[in-house]
Design a binder for this molecule. Structure first.
Ligand SMILES: [Fe+2]
Length: 356
């Protein structure tokens, strides 16, 4: 364990008191584990949530320090109990609107969503939620209703460590000009190009599905509400544009960290095939629609694919795989800690709440 983390554990124990036990399961990694100190430490979920609420400031401090906190064996037995806990914090108003995949709300809850619909064999790499939108969650809470048979961990990575490892000229360029995100939503009526991978359908969402409408005016209204510019392309698709800072200041302790998804550029090229990707990019440069996701510097300069590849490799290097147990609640600081999802087998039910 790092010396600084030994100090941090001391702080955690002092802040939370003797009804709980704290540990750091991945030394040097972004996770504080908390469990009850005795078998009857908490009577029920109401008692636990009340206890937590009285220590909210300390919990927020610890979340900033460690980047993520996992609460185990506190009697969070179902989605309603999870929602009670989530209710301590304000929900992100936009929910998953504008996110990269459609999500459904869990029945009988107002703030709890199902986890990603990505196929079990897919590993979703580390990312900060909605880093490509003007408004994003400050925290994400996860709840494990059922752990997968194998794999299925919610991956975590320390973005303070990652930022320190990024190539300096790249960081400087982002600081100076920000990152511009273009997202293209195809028209449902345009056939999928035959030379593209079959995964294109999942990645290149149709605007009719992404915005749940057949009315272009609704798309324009929703984009405006999210703070995105949009324009219709000749092929019936729609492109949204947004320039983000790319590096942000943490609201609690003022730390500066990378907050963007530049790694996606290389990941998509890898996933969809280089030939198709390059022809899409060439089309875009000639005035056509961009690929489903396209990232460039805020000044319009293309990002070197090597920088995008390095970012992706660094993210893989810092990834930890904390296993789930039924009833676990995981709080993640969305600025300091990136998350992802491991591939899995069996039934997995991990639910999510976005905190403003
Ligand atoms: Fe995510």
């Amino acid at each position: 364990m790092l010396a600084a983390q030994t100090d941090d554990i001391g702080t955690a124990v002092r802040a939370l008191g003797n009804r709980v036990r704290c540990s750091v399961p991945f030394p040097g990694g972004p996770l504080l584990h908390v469990e009850p100190a005795g078998s009857a430490a908490f009577g029920d979920i109401d008692e636990f949530v009340g206890w937590l609420d009285r220590r909210r400031d300390s919990v927020d401090d610890l979340l900033t320090r460690f980047g993520a906190i996992r609460w185990r064996d506190f009697g969070v037995r179902d989605s309603r109990a999870f929602e009670l806990l989530v209710g301590m914090y304000p929900a992100l108003e936009q929910g998953y609107t504008g996110g990269s995949t459609a999500r459904s709300r869990i029945a009988d809850t107002t703030k709890v969503f199902e986890a990603t619909k990505a196929a079990p064999e897919v590993l979703l790499g580390l990312h900060q939620e909605m880093a490509y939108l003007p408004t994003y969650p400050s925290k994400i809470f996860f709840y494990c209703r059922a752990a997968a048979q194998t794999g299925g961990e919610t991956l975590l990575g320390d973005m303070r460590r990652y930022t320190a490892m990024l190539p300096e000229p790249f960081v400087r360029h982002v600081e100076q000009s920000g990152i511009r995100y273009l997202r293209n939503f195809r028209s449902l009526h345009r056939p999928i190009p035959r030379d593209a991978s079959e995964r294109i359908e999942f990645i290149h969402m149709a605007w009719q599905e992404a915005f749940s409408t057949t009315d272009p005016a609704v798309v324009e209204r929703e984009c405006a509400a999210l703070g995105l510019a949009c324009s219709w392309e000749d092929d019936g698709s729609v492109t949204t544009y947004y320039t983000a800072p790319g590096i942000v200041t943490h609201p609690r302790d003022g730390g500066r960290v990378s907050f963007n998804v530049v790694q996606s550029q290389y990941a998509f090229l890898d996933l969809l095939g280089e030939q198709w990707w390059r022809s899409c990019c060439a089309q875009y440069r000639n005035g056509g629609p961009p690929p489903p996701y396209y990232v460039e510097y805020g000044d319009g300069t293309p990002i070197d694919l090597d920088d995008s590849r390095v970012a992706l490799e660094l993210l893989r290097q810092i990834t930890i795989y904390p296993p789930w147990q039924h009833g676990d609640v995981l709080m993640v600081d969305n600025v300091y800690t990136a998350h992802g999802r491991n591939s899995y087998t069996g039934e997995r039910d991990v639910q999510v709440a976005l905190i403003s």
